[in-house]
Design a protein around this ligand. Structure first.
Ligand code: SF4
Length: 249
């Protein structure tokens, strides 16, 4: 097992998330695996925790964790969940006294966007909404060839434009941006260029009703078991080159 990078997904998490009373002694960090970030990077953890000293970040984090708690209830049968993410988003936005929400959606979820906006409006929010095709910039603008477009060369296909979505959300002075069904990569660009706080209501999954984990749950079945087949990542990269959107080119 490699020890030179953090691999929490391969650990039972008994050191960072022990079952302990508030006054109990916690398990020593050296009981965690050698790849544990608490062992490998204590200074990174300490430095990051200083960000919570800013009053607004402290308060935002506090409200987020209160909201988290309120999504459960302690019952005689144990802890139960009770609030779907849509309602959680509404409750959290109210806790933060947000008034103006910005829904950025994929054109494929236009009907869902209409319903989501209607629900937010019924709950008293002002809702800006921005479609991914905003600006109707043709895909040729980012270098796509005709045969690389979804419907082939004959039709004008506007590109999904997450950078323009972010620019409009920034200009509309929304308190909270809410991503609804943006594609992989388009969501990355939106997050890179969005200057306001953002959260995700749903992600795009064209096959599973926008529930990517359905493929995970089905990956042990014959239909999706290709997901469990070992593959050489390098071979799968084909002729594509590494792209670094954090570089200042
Ligand atoms: S932080 Fe450490 S103890 Fe917790 S899951 Fe990650 S590796 Fe395991």
């Amino acid at each position: 097992m490699r020890k030179d990078y953090s691999q929490c997904a391969k650990c039972a998490g008994k050191v960072c998330y022990p079952f302990a009373g508030v006054d109990d002694e916690l398990p020593p960090v050296d009981e965690a695996p050698e790849f544990c970030p608490m062992r490998r990077m204590p200074e990174v953890i300490e430095k990051a925790n200083h960000f919570y000293e800013k009053a607004n970040i402290h308060e935002f984090a506090r409200l987020a964790s209160i909201q988290e708690s309120e999504c459960y209830e302690l019952t005689g049968q144990g802890i139960k969940t009770k609030i779907p993410r849509l309602e959680e988003t509404i409750q959290f936005a109210n806790k933060c006294h947000f008034k103006r929400l910005g829904v950025v959606f994929c054109v494929g979820l236009r009907e869902e966007a209409r319903q989501v906006v209607s629900i937010f409006e019924n709950k008293g929010f002002e809702v800006v909404s921005v479609n991914c095709k905003v600006g109707r910039t043709p895909k040729e603008f980012i270098g796509l060839k005709g045969e690389e477009k979804i419907a082939g060369p004959g039709l004008m296909e506007p590109m999904c434009n997450p950078i323009v979505q972010a620019a409009i959300i920034n200009a509309e002075n929304v308190d909270l941006a809410i991503m609804l069904g943006l594609c992989v990569g388009h969501d990355t660009l939106f997050m890179k260029y969005c200057d306001v706080p953002a959260t995700t209501l749903a992600v795009k999954d064209r096959v599973t009703g926008h529930n990517p984990l359905a493929a995970l749950y089905l990956s042990k079945s014959p239909y999706y078991n290709r997901l469990q087949m070992p593959a050489q990542a390098e071979a799968d990269k084909g002729d594509w080159k590494k792209v670094d959107i954090t570089a200042d080119e």
